[in-house]
Design a protein around this ligand. Structure first.
Ligand code: AMP
Length: 290
């Protein structure tokens, strides 16, 4: 695996690989680093499905709000290098902020509608930052396929829409959420949790499991399901609900408040949560289908 810090060098390395491997495909896994088993599963899948796997590690200032954790976001370049290599990355791109944004970006990629709810509502400007940096990375790497975790399901919906609307020649591959043994979704931010917060953080997974069971009950409505999710999160004394929502998937709109069993067969939904433990905000979701 080769570690690369400059855009020009990365482009040259990928072009060189393509010249030497006619017909070979490039898979791409964008991350913010502090890599864990969730990231590793994306990298392994990309490596299994492509001749060359490019991983980027870049904590993108554009997608953090002014009072968010950009400065204290966990970083460990050496461990990331080892994890990426062990999972099968061929090129690891770790640009400095000044490499990605040599001057303030006057151009932003904005996705309307899909970003009005969930994390888009709680974190104004977040998805503009995500879409802008992912567009830049797609233009730099020019991958055949890009791998994204469903742990960030709204991000998957937003990126798929952006790629479709703007005709990016890349296939988006959504990947299953990797969890700790107790069900907590792996996240770089889990290291912020105190021991007691970590114990209670399983409430996200338990609430979603409950939601999936209730979803199948006759007569269950979106409104009642949402209320049950809010009530369930309150079982964890340290948990503060940011949002608990049931929306249509993948267009992220509020469904009509009629029983799920009266909705058309094949309808898909997402039950999604954001829960704060102290200053740490965790998200998780479950896709549900009729
Ligand atoms: P991040 O470094 O948090 O920006 O995440 C980089 C990519 O890894 C995104 O596509 C995430 O959705 C994905 N990812 C993060 N955590 C997990 C997880 N527990 N399981 C699967 N994918 C994940």
């Amino acid at each position: 695996m080769r570690l690369i810090e400059s855009i020009a060098e990365l482009r040259a390395a990928i072009a060189d690989w393509r010249r030497r491997n006619p017909g070979g495909t490039v898979g791409f896994v964008p991350t913010m680093g502090y890599l864990h088993e969730g990231h590793a599963s994306l990298i392994r899948r990309a490596a299994a499905e492509n001749g060359l796997t490019v991983v980027s590690v870049f904590v993108n200032p554009l997608q953090f709000g002014p009072n968010e954790d950009f400065e204290r976001y966990p970083r460990d370049a050496e461990r990331d290098r080892q994890t990426a290599e062990a999972a099968g990355a061929g090129l690891l791109f770790m640009p400095a902020v000044s490499e990605m944004y040599p001057r303030p970006a006057a151009t932003r990629v904005t996705i309307a509608g899909l970003t009005d709810r969930l994390c888009g509502a709680s974190r104004p400007g977040h998805f503009d930052g995500v879409c802008t940096v992912v567009s830049k990375l797609f233009n730099i790497v020019m991958p055949d396929a890009a791998y994204f975790g469903l742990k960030d399901a709204q991000q998957v919906a937003v990126i798929e829409r952006m790629v479709s609307d703007l005709n990016f020649p890349v296939r988006i591959v959504p990947c299953e959420t990797v969890r700790e043994p107790d069900g907590l979704a792996m996240s770089s931010r889990n290291v912020y949790l105190s021991e007691e917060e970590r114990r209670q953080a399983v409430i996200l997974f338990e609430t979603l499991k409950m939601a999936e069971e209730k979803f199948a009950e006759p007569g269950m409505t979106p409104g009642a399901l949402k209320a049950a999710m809010h009530a369930h999160i309150r079982r964890a004394p340290l948990a503060e609900t940011d949002y608990a929502e049931v929306l249509t998937w993948p267009d992220l709109q509020p469904p009509a408040d009629i029983p799920f069993d009266e909705m058309p067969r094949g309808s898909r939904f997402i039950a999604a949560l954001a829960v704060k433990f102290g200053r740490t905000r965790l998200i998780d979701n479950r896709l549900l289908s009729r």
